[in-house]
Write a protein that binds this ligand. Sequence first.
Ligand code: EPU
Length: 458
Amino acid sequence: MDVFRIEGGARLAGTLRVNGSKNAALPQLAACLLTDTPVTLRDVPELSDIGSMYRLLATLGVDLDRDADTRTVTLRSADEGKSHATYDIMRTMRAGICTLGPMLARRGSARVSLPGGCAIGDRPVNLHLKGMRALGAQIDLDQGDIVATAPGGRLRGARVFLGGSFGSTVLGTANVMSAATLAEGTTIIESAACEPEIVDLADLLTAMGARIAGAGSPRITIEGVNELGGTDHRVIADRIEAGTFMVAAAITGGSLRLKNCPLDCMMAATELLRDSGVIIREEPGADPLRATCTVEAGDKLMPAELTTQPHPGFPTDLQAQFMALLCLADGNSVVTEKIFPERFMHVAELSRMGASLHRQGATVVVSGVRGLTGAPVMASDLRASAGLVLAGLAAKGQTVINRVYHLDRGYEHLETRLAEVGAKITRCDDTVAARVPKTTDLPEVTVVRRRPVAGPAS
Ligand code: EPU
């Protein structure tokens, strides 16, 4: 199994391009099931989660024509008779649930395995099902599968409230909005997720012929149409990857220029960084969703209060990375997780690196320390792993991060890109990492070819 070996302390400097967004691309790929004409998506990142979605769509009768070099994929739903999303793929990638709405809307029925539990919490899909039922679907559970049918072959528009105990649901909103595009009549989603990935999905669906108003606000109105067609769409840039790179600059005392950076939808993160003393300069002229900016560590890192919230609040997907940064702040910070209250797998691992963390329920008090020390640590979910990589970049000595397949689910060639801007990081086989002694200058090791492995869903 692959591990990352990091020799901490190198200051990062240089330019990185932010890739297309994983979480925007996944429901968009599923949306190709809404039409039998080809849909082309550009800037789709090469990730193991995306690969799992491609495999799932192939089993659902979709022909895929992919160009990995240009990150462009053209999809055509060619065989509408195959509508069973099976557990073997669904358990590796929760976003597979987003095939439910499109299949139900277009084909009149669908069978989709319940995705199961994951490392960051229970993650139920009750709100997805509530939305489908509101649109008139008959839903049964059989052997762990959701069996859904639209009476008379077509969904009906309805008013549906998608708020849950932890706010709205991003993929639930994507699923119901996609399904409603082909329903008969008007659908109003109240307490819809406002995330930029929902706006980007609405842009794609609109380009396919859907009639959607209000995406990005808590009320989305969808006028159902009889059919949708193909289109060509470029996926928005990944705000979580951008935020991770920003922390990489700040935590290493470095300076990174980020291209294709969706600054316009990152205000909660950039404001927190600025308040902590990090300098962010936007270059004038560019599209604020594809901006170029420079992120530079300040003289001193100040502590902060961070509470995760639905967009435009601070994103849960950056909580672990920012916690790693706050470990080195000059004072006490408070981190509260309000989306996934159990999403703290990184706390014990950061503590092994010398962080001073005290968790009580969904809150962690982070007492800043002067430095972290490298250690062997275990990646547990995608974003927790990213937090450990960042801590490893700043730590004294060597950090070995096990189970990096979690990272491959959401960051494309992370080690190569960080190495390009000065990080001392290599991917190697865990047996090699175990043999290599600690050094300040990394000796040559056998770098194995990247082998993305689908990990447990997160
Ligand atoms: N929830 C319910 N019922 C539901 C759905 C969600 O109670 O039917 C709860 C969840 O348990 C959670 C809250 O609502 O407490 C929000 O969950 P949400 O449904 O919004 O999460 P998601 O749509 O399944 C997406 C991202 C996650 C990201 C969350 C929150 C994708 C593929 N996944 O998940 O991304 O953390 O929104 O922003 O878009 C990641 O990229 O690492 C990742 C986990």
